[in-house]
Design a binder for this molecule. Structure first.
Ligand code: ATP
Ligand code: MG
Length: 287
C-alpha cells in the first residue's frame, strides 16, 4: 500500500516543464511569443520562470518593462544565489536575465559547472522554465535547445525563415536521439491558420523524409498589429489586448500545454535538463 501511495504521489508530483523557443532566422517573433506564453501560463496559476538565453539582447526585459539588476553569470561566478538573480515582473513571471556568462558553458571549469547545476536545482519547484534563445544555430543556442524537453521552432512564411527553420531542425537531428527535444513547429505572422498549417506540414514532411524526425505542429499565430502595439505601449499584447487573434492563439497553446497530463518523453524536469546540458557536450567532444 505504501509503495502504491508513493508511486502515485510521484506520478502526480509536478516536475518542471522545460520549453525552449528558437528559430533559424532572427526577428520572427520568438521573444514576443515566449513572453506572452509565459504570462498566460502564470495567469493560470502556474509558477513560471523565463530564462533570457539570447546573448547581449535585452528584449525580454523591455517586453516585461523591468530592469534586472543581476544575471545568471553571477550565479556561475559564485557571486550570487539563483534566488537573488530572479527578477519579478508585474505579470507573475520571474525572469533570469542576460546570461552572457553562459557563452563559455561548454568550457566551464568544475566549480562554475557545479554552481550552475546547484543554481538550476533550486528551480526544481517551478512549474515551467521557458528559455528564449537567440536566432540561429550557434553552439550556445543549440546547447539551450538541447537542455529543453520541448522546443518551439518559430517560422514565418518568408522563404529564408522556412529554410533556416529546416536548417535548425537539421542541426538538432545530428545529435543523439535521446537528447533531442520534442520539436514543435509554430508558424507566426501568416495571413491565416490554414496557410500556417500547410507551411508546417511541408516542414514536417521534409523532417520526416530527409531527417527521419517526427516533428509536430504547435499552431499558427496570424499577423496581428496588436503584437506591435503592445511592444510600443510596453504592455505585453496578451495583457493589453486579451481578445486579439494573437492572444487567443497564445491562450490556446497554454491550454494545450497545461492539459497534457503526461510529461513529454525526454522529460525529467530540472535534473534531466542538467544531464542534457552537460552530457551532450561529452557527445560533441567525442564526435
Ligand atoms: N504575430 C505577429 N504579428 C505582427 N507582428 C509580430 C508578430 N509576431 C512578432 N511580431 C513583430 O516582429 C518583431 C520581432 O519580434 P520578436 O522580437 O519577438 O522576434 P525574435 O524572433 O525574438 O527576434 P530576435 O531573433 O531578434 O530575438 C517585433 O516588432 C514584433 O512586434
Ligand atoms: Mg528575441
Amino acid at each position: 500500500m505504501v509503495d502504491q501511495a508513493e508511486s502515485l504521489r510521484r506520478l502526480l508530483s509536478r516536475q518542471t516543464r522545460i520549453l525552449a523557443v528558437a528559430s533559424g532566422k532572427g526577428g520572427v517573433g520568438k521573444t514576443s511569443i515566449a513572453v506572452n506564453l509565459a504570462i498566460q501560463l502564470a495567469s493560470e496559476g502556474n509558477s513560471v520562470i523565463m530564462l533570457d538565453a539570447d546573448l547581449g539582447m535585452a528584449n525580454i526585459e523591455i517586453m516585461f518593462g523591468v530592469r534586472p539588476k543581476h544575471a545568471l553569470s553571477e550565479v556561475i561566478s559564485g557571486a550570487m544565489q539563483m534566488s537573488e538573480v530572479l527578477t519579478p515582473t508585474p505579470y507573475g513571471v520571474q525572469i533570469i536575465a542576460g546570461v552572457s556568462g553562459m557563452a563559455s558553458a561548454a568550457d566551464m571549469g568544475q566549480p562554475q559547472r557545479l554552481r550552475l547545476i546547484e543554481g538550476f536545482k533550486r528551480l526544481a519547484s517551478v512549474d515551467y522554465l521557458i528559455i528564449d534563445t537567440g536566432a540561429g544555430i550557434s553552439r550556445n543556442v543549440i546547447d539551450f535547445v538541447l537542455a529543453a524537453e520541448d522546443v518551439y521552432v518559430v517560422v514565418t512564411p518568408e522563404p529564408t525563415s522556412v529554410q533556416d527553420a529546416y536548417g535548425l531542425i537539421k542541426v538538432l537531428s545530428g545529435h543523439p536521439r535521446s537528447i533531442i527535444p520534442e520539436i514543435h513547429i509554430l508558424v507566426n505572422r501568416i495571413s491565416s491558420a490554414s496557410l500556417g498549417e500547410t507551411l508546417a506540414a511541408k516542414l514536417q514532411q521534409a523532417a520526416r523524409q530527409f531527417l527521419s524526425l517526427h516533428v509536430t505542429y504547435a499552431g499558427t499565430i496570424v499577423e496581428d498589429d496588436h503584437v506591435k502595439k503592445g511592444i510600443l505601449e510596453r504592455i505585453p499584447f496578451s495583457v493589453r489586448y486579451p481578445h486579439c487573434d494573437a492572444s487567443l492563439e497564445i491562450r490556446h497553446m497554454a491550454h494545450e500545454l497545461t492539459s497534457e497530463m503526461v510529461i513529454s518523453s525526454g522529460g525529467s524536469g530540472i535534473q534531466g535538463m542538467i544531464g542534457r546540458l552537460f552530457r551532450k557536450k561529452e557527445a560533441v567532444s567525442r564526435g
